[in-house]
Ligand binder design. Structure first.
Ligand SMILES: O=C(O)c1ccccc1N[C@@H]1O[C@H](COP(=O)(O)O)[C@@H](O)[C@H]1O
Length: 220
């Protein structure tokens, strides 16, 4: 069954809605972004969540180009084991974060649909999953734009059995089609569960996205 990550959560309300909707993963952007939250905010949200719920989604920290030591310290402080690395983190660094610090490492990759995507082969065996997102110069994610899904087959050829997480402009109206065609390990959404007016997370869109993704996961 395809797992679901709701990303860019910024308030305890967002976190509670994601938990009630039964998302598998909740993402917190610690990198510079309009969705950035502080370590203290994440600590506060997770402590309230863990106090109030027995079963909680797995938290994932979204990071860009932080050092190995910083990442290990942040994860230890928050009691979080999953990281999504969206910068120029090397395969060697990803491997050390897994083997020396016990972290689950997802390497984000902006899909170009060119031979440059073949560089992903270097991450095989060094990460737990590869997260495919839309390539856009000057950004590290959260663009709200999809990439050409046909590139997923090419990437699969390169990364062999490494689990794939698909991100990039997913919405309630597109996620079912993605899952039925490509059966990824997980889907990831941020912009698609926000209100157009304020950019805040929209509880109705969050529930609808999880429901749509789950319904397709069960039949496919
Ligand atoms: O959301 C951000 O602002 C962000 C900043 C830096 C790195 C990653 C970021 N978000 C990630 O982008 C993808 C796709 O998001 P969207 O659905 O297209 O908005 C997702 O993995 C977010 O975690």
């Amino acid at each position: 069954m395809t797992k679901i990550k709701l990303c860019g959560l910024r308030s305890i309300e967002d976190v509670m809605v994601a938990t009630d909707a039964r998302a598998d993963y909740i993402g917190f952007v610690l990198a510079k972004s309009k969705r950035q939250v502080t370590l203290q905010q994440v600590q506060y949200m997770l402590s309230l969540l863990r106090d109030q719920y027995v079963v909680v989604p797995e938290p994932v920290l979204v990071l860009v180009d932080q050092s190995e030591e910083e990442i290990a310290t942040i994860c230890a402080t928050l009691g979080v084991s999953h990281v999504q690395l969206c910068g120029a983190e090397t395969p060697e660094m990803c491997s050390r974060l897994r083997t020396q610090h016990g972290l689950t490492v997802w390497k984000a990759w902006g899909v170009r649909g060119t031979n440059e995507d073949h560089e992903l082969a270097r991450y095989v065996g060094n990460v737990d999953a590869i997260l495919l997102d839309t390539y856009k110069t000057g950004t590290h994610g959260g663009t709200g734009h999809p990439f050409q899904w046909t590139a997923i087959d090419d990437v699969r050829y390169v990364v062999d059995n490494t689990p794939l997480i698909i991100a990039g402009g997913l919405q309630v109206g597109t996620v079912t089609s993605l899952i039925s065609q490509y059966h990824p390990f997980a889907v990831d959404v941020s912009s698609g569960i926000e209100t157009e007016m304020t950019g805040e997370k929209d509880p109705i869109k969050m529930h609808a996205f999880v429901k749509a993704a789950r319904s397709e996961s069960h039949v496919s």
